[in-house]
Design a binder for this molecule. Structure first.
Ligand SMILES: [Zn+2]
Length: 133
């Protein structure tokens, strides 16, 4: 139960965990710190800002994402340290650069099933300030 609550929460705001033992910022929240393998964390609100660490363009989208392909998938290094994988949005593949500053936005991820249930989640877009600079 705690797990589903945490998963739901992290879709709308980027919440990680701060390890009491080694000070690592953990994302996504886990039961065990990947750095020191000890439990116990405090929730920490992440800035949602980071930079593109690496990226790829996905042409063969998984089921439910077909309408969006091709799309860019990036490994993003957050300011707080953790890495995560997310779709990039509001940017053309040719304009993506390693080290490009990005920020989190909440977007429609996919439409599932006959009822057209829409899933929302986070994606990342270029930071507006950085574009103007
Ligand atoms: Zn730790």
């Amino acid at each position: 139960m705690a797990r589903s609550w945490r998963v739901k929460k992290q879709r709308y705001s980027l919440t990680g965990e701060l390890c009491h033992h080694c000070g690592s910022t953990v994302f996504p929240p886990r039961d065990v710190c990947p750095e020191c393998a000890k439990p116990a964390y405090d929730p920490i609100r992440l800035s949602g800002k980071g930079e593109v660490y690496s990226f790829t363009t996905v042409f063969e989208a998984p089921k439910g994402f077909d309408a969006q392909s091709p799309y860019s998938l990036a490994l993003i290094k957050l300011h707080e340290g953790p890495m995560l994988t997310a779709q990039l949005t509001d940017v053309e593949a040719k304009d993506i650069r390693i080290g490009m500053p990005v920020e989190m936005v909440t977007r429609k991820l996919s439409v599932e099933g006959d009822e057209g249930l829409i899933q929302y989640g986070y994606k990342f877009r270029p930071q507006m300030m950085a574009l103007a600079a």
